[in-house]
Design a protein around this ligand. Structure first.
Ligand code: ASP
Length: 570
């Protein structure tokens, strides 16, 4: 028997028991005639006390050596109330080495000296550390809660294939050469999109799957080339039904996992989000929404701004209370020459402002009045072409929130963004591209725009944004063969291509396809957000690095000539 108990379960009630424990050595203290050893396993840490006499000569122990010990539970003299085993220790009469360890590349403690790279190479050692282990436990608990909730609500988990064909999900696919079918390739699924729709046609009614997806994109700290989706689909639903159900789902998760009661999710259209925040994934933990000033500028005849396509501003409350004045000032200085200006209204009522060549006290006062600004506040303005002006001010809004520490990771503010555009023009390929994917339904009232102004078509799509991060995205799907064909055509697919790539799918439309829609949430992002971390890698057991490499197993790697030959590469 390797153990009678684990290293996290013995306590004062067990005093007097004879026990056997196995674990890794976390710490050794040599007190002359005695050793104190902390051993650790998945469950916790237990202190051992061993007299030197009971240890054989030349018996060496070091950190992370794996030992098995036999002894008696005794009450500790100096207790540690921070851990559950802190009131006892084991007085050891027998110790056995199960395995030794090399000296460690980094310290295996809650706080480690290992950088990300070394921790990735020795990920199994990193996983021994509580922060990473606890993250994996948190992820497990989240997945379990998701499975339970969705199952209870009538969703069936169905596995869909990974080796499929390349689909137009918006990213590049990873491809896998076929050995048995010369010159042919599989593609790894970017998502189960087509299959979940086919399941609806198959009458499954409500589907979900916690599923790995693969996209050949540049990795970033918040994006992995293989990642996990909570993929869902429902039949006989409209946008409203999906939003109501999944708002309930997200609220349930936050309540169960974090004991947080979320407020109702606001719902704003893509167009309004861009107008108000300059981005389709606004962080609404803070306000600072855009105020459009073109009318004011015309009315007050402010020459310097009159000809601009758009003039917008934001008000930053309690700006003067910030603790990052130097950083902010150097930031304001850095962007001075761009299409921005700012007004600081100080507590002593002094007015400071930039672009003094074009502005004067009279103009400044017009803005102060318009914004109803009070001392201590900052007004920040952006002007120029509509799109850039909004985008730039959106970035600055977020930056100012960073400076003012407004992004409290313990506060969660979800919102739905709806009615995203159906298509966007891609300059490089000179083609329209789906904003979501080609199976997203246009809004009926906008279909006529296909021939006139495709960019203006709104779709029945929605994104769930929490704290400025896209956590989920989905849509009501097209369930009409004609419209699906039309969309494919507008994406530049010829009839032949439609037939070869999606013939099977379009065919299925002709056997009584139900109206349906769904959504997919990013599990890695969700758990990262819930746990207030800022690196999804810490929630993935074996993540890729920022260049898409697994530096532990050294993937990707070259294939041997023989294997290449087998796959028909010369
Ligand atoms: N398949 C979509 C995606 O991966 C999600 C959906 O539309 O349900 O983004």
């Amino acid at each position: 028997m390797y153990r009678t108990h684990n290293c996290g379960e013995l306590n004062i009630k067990d005093v007097g028991k004879e026990v056997i424990l196995s674990g890794w050595i976390q710490k050794i203290r040599n007190l002359g005639s005695l050793f104190f050893i902390d051993i650790r396993d998945y469950f916790g840490i237990t202190q051992l006390i061993i007299s030197k006499k009971s240890v054989k000569k030349n018996f060496f122990l070091g950190k992370e050596y794996l030992i098995q010990v036999k002894g008696k539970v005794v009450e500790r003299l100096s207790k540690n109330y921070n851990i559950s085993t802190g009131e006892i220790e084991i007085s050891i009469d027998h110790i056995e080495l199960l395995n030794s360890s090399l000296s460690l590349p980094f310290t295996i403690e809650n706080k480690t000296d290992g950088n990300e790279e070394i921790r990735m190479i020795y990920r199994y050692l990193d996983i021994r550390r509580n922060p990473i282990k606890n993250n994996l436990i948190a992820r497990h608990n989240l997945s379990l809660e998701i499975r339970n909730f969705l199952s209870k609500n009538g969703f069936l988990e169905v596995e869909t294939p990974v080796l499929i064909n390349s689909t137009p999900e918006g990213a590049r696919s990873f491809v896998v050469p076929s050995r048995t079918h010369i010159n042919k390739f599989y593609a790894l699924a970017q998502s189960p999109q087509l299959f979940k729709q086919l399941l609806m046609i198959g009458g499954i009614d409500k589907y979900f799957q916690i599923v790995k997806c693969f996209r050949d994109e540049d990795s970033r700290s918040d994006r992995q080339i293989e990642f996990t989706q909570i993929d869902c689909e429902m039949s006989f639903v409209k946008v409203h039904d999906v939003l109501v159900f999944f708002e309930h789902f997200i609220k349930h998760i936050f309540k169960k996992i974090k004991n947080i009661q979320l407020d109702s999710f606001p719902c704003i259209s893509y167009f309004d989000a861009i107008k108000k925040y300059g981005t389709d994934s606004p962080d609404i933990r803070f306000n600072m929404s855009f105020v459009e000033l073109n009318d004011l500028v015309q009315k007050k005849d402010i020459n310097f701004l009159k000809k601009q396509e758009l003039v917008i501003g934001i008000k930053v409350e309690r700006f003067q209370d910030n603790n990052n004045n130097n950083e902010i000032n150097s930031f304001l200085k850095k962007i001075e020459k761009k299409n921005f200006f700012w007004i600081k209204y100080l507590y002593d009522k002094t007015l400071l402002y930039s672009k003094q060549k074009f502005l004067n006290d009279k103009i400044i006062k017009i803005f102060i009045k318009h914004f109803e600004a009070i001392p201590g506040e900052l007004l920040f303005f952006s002007y120029g072409k509509k799109r850039d002006t909004r985008k730039e001010l959106g970035k600055i809004r977020s930056k100012i929130a960073d400076f003012l520490n407004l992004k409290n990771y313990k506060i969660f503010k979800p919102l739905w963004i709806t009615d995203l555009p159906l298509l966007e023009w891609e300059e490089k390929s000179k083609k329209y591209k789906s904003v979501h994917h080609p199976f997203t339904s246009p809004k009926e009232e906008d279909i006529y725009l296909l021939e006139i102004n495709p960019k203006k078509i709104r779709s029945k799509s929605y994104d769930l944004i929490i704290n400025g991060i896209e956590i989920g995205s989905g849509s009501i799907r097209i369930h009409n063969k004609k419209i699906q064909n039309l969309i494919f055509k507008h994406l530049g697919l010829s009839q032949k291509e439609i037939e070869s790539k999606f013939g099977f799918f379009i065919k299925a439309f002709e056997y009584g396809i139900p109206p349906h829609g769904g959504i997919a949430f990013g599990l890695d992002r969700l758990i990262n957000l819930l746990e207030g971390n800022d690196n999804i890698k810490n929630f993935i057991a074996f993540p890729k690095n920022n260049y898409g490499k697994d530096i532990m197993i050294n993937a990707p790697s070259f294939l041997e000539k023989e294997k290449l030959k087998e796959l028909h590469f010369r």
